[in-house]
Design a protein around this ligand. Sequence first.
Ligand SMILES: O=P(O)(O)OC[C@H]1O[C@H](O[C@H]2O[C@H](CO)[C@@H](O)[C@H](O)[C@H]2O)[C@H](O)[C@@H](O)[C@@H]1O
Length: 246
Amino acid sequence: MATDYDGVLAPFDADPMQATPVPGAVDTLRSLAALPGVHVAVVSGRDLVTLRTLTEIGDDEPIVLIGSHGAESSSAAVREAMEAAAVTPEDEVTLAELRSDIEALVKEHHSEAHIELKSAAVVVHVRGLPREVGDAAIADARRVALDHPGVKVLKGKSVLELSVSHADKGSAVTALGRHVDAVARVYLGDDVTDEDAFTRMRRPDDLTVKVGTGSTAARYRVADEPAAAALLTRLQELCSAAHVSG
Ligand SMILES: O=P(O)(O)OC[C@H]1O[C@H](O[C@H]2O[C@H](CO)[C@@H](O)[C@H](O)[C@H]2O)[C@H](O)[C@@H](O)[C@@H]1O
């Protein structure tokens, strides 16, 4: 059972570090993870350190954290499966150049935008800015990416992410499913990067859920983060009842 973080477990906030989970949602994941035969993961574009900080899920807990769109994980099995997509020393050099160019761009031309530095990416944030101001910052950031061959450009919600990671959420989450011999897989996501997971989870017993509006390959949809939290609670109740009845 895997869920995305921003826009699913946690409502959006203009300050990325203030985007905290819907009250009770992480405890629901803990209850699910405590059930025999249920494996739980939080999958995010956040880097692993930040994901751990925001979820407050500890290293000693049985919930797998997958960060940087699959490039980082608390699970050795996922790390091994994603080894070919790991960030190389050459990628680190590209990332340092990218950071420097984006910092210069924002400082000189788009001081209203915010930069988030991640272990495998630089993100330009424009949430809350007037549309034309945000669009101009995103367009210029795209141009910076063109100067750095091999950089992946991901357009998210009020963000442009420039990444040196070669991973994707779909590969990471299906690797975890294989590792635990999952017979049915659940994935909740809200953004374009979650579509990689939705398209890879097409078995009859898989349950894929898009949170919010927009086209999707997911089979089902809920309206927003509180509805996603309510769905997780219902799944926990059903799994718990199935366990009790044997
Ligand atoms: O894969 P996710 O867990 O959905 O993470 C995707 C990106 O989420 C974050 O940005 C989004 O949430 C911010 C906090 O609410 C918001 O300010 C921003 O507008 C959203 O796009 C995060 O900051 C990125 O690094 C993640 O890649």
